[in-house]
Design a protein around this ligand. Sequence first.
Ligand SMILES: [Ca+2]
Ligand SMILES: [Ca+2]
Ligand SMILES: [Ca+2]
Ligand SMILES: [Ca+2]
Length: 239
Amino acid sequence: MDTAFFGSKARLLAALALAVASSSAVAGCGSSKEQTKVAEADPAAAAAAQEPVQTESDASGAIERIDVNGDGKPDVFKYYRVVDTPVAAAAGNAEQKPGAKVVKKALVRKELDVNFDQRIDIVQFYEGEPGKEALVREEMDLDFDGRVDSVRHYKDGNVTLVELDLGFDGRTDTWSYYQLTTGDDGKPVNRLVERRRDTNGDGKIDVWEYYTKGALVKVGTDTNGDGQPDQYTRVDGKQ
Ligand SMILES: [Ca+2]
Ligand SMILES: [Ca+2]
Ligand SMILES: [Ca+2]
Ligand SMILES: [Ca+2]
């Protein structure tokens, strides 16, 4: 019984490892065997498969298209802003002429089609100078209908607010707020501190959940419909 269970689990892991290995090979440099096969079937797809990463750029920006699953169609799009850095300001290079500029690019947006249906499901927005880009917002289409259902806001690498449309009707109904605090072990920890919910879908918040050290301690409700909590219930046993 146990042996059979572990056997099937091992096979599953092996299959998973294989899938990951082959997809990263395609994303990296591509295998010549696969390219030959594709070339016989579709020369255009073969040309794309040979270059899983395609870059286009002009004076103001650049776009990088990446074909993750090797079907010849890009699934990841990276948009860059081009930044001219005077050579003096960049790392000193004696061979370059005075007044010359080093062109650097900063990632501003990343779009991902995670289910390979040619529709973007995740859009990430970045801010910061080249090499120091930080994720500030992430929009996700969780049910693949083309409409954003989740927006995550970040500050210094930590999520601060998650907006969710759990009803999938195009309206946010859940707001989760996070705060960076110090844990019992003295290390920084980013924790959920408050969750606001619109439970009846009228666009107004009616339930407020308050969290301490990640645990729900108090629930506030709006009973008179003014959009403010007026009744509180403690759920942690304290008075
Ligand atoms: Ca693809
Ligand atoms: Ca998609
Ligand atoms: Ca959606
Ligand atoms: Ca409501």
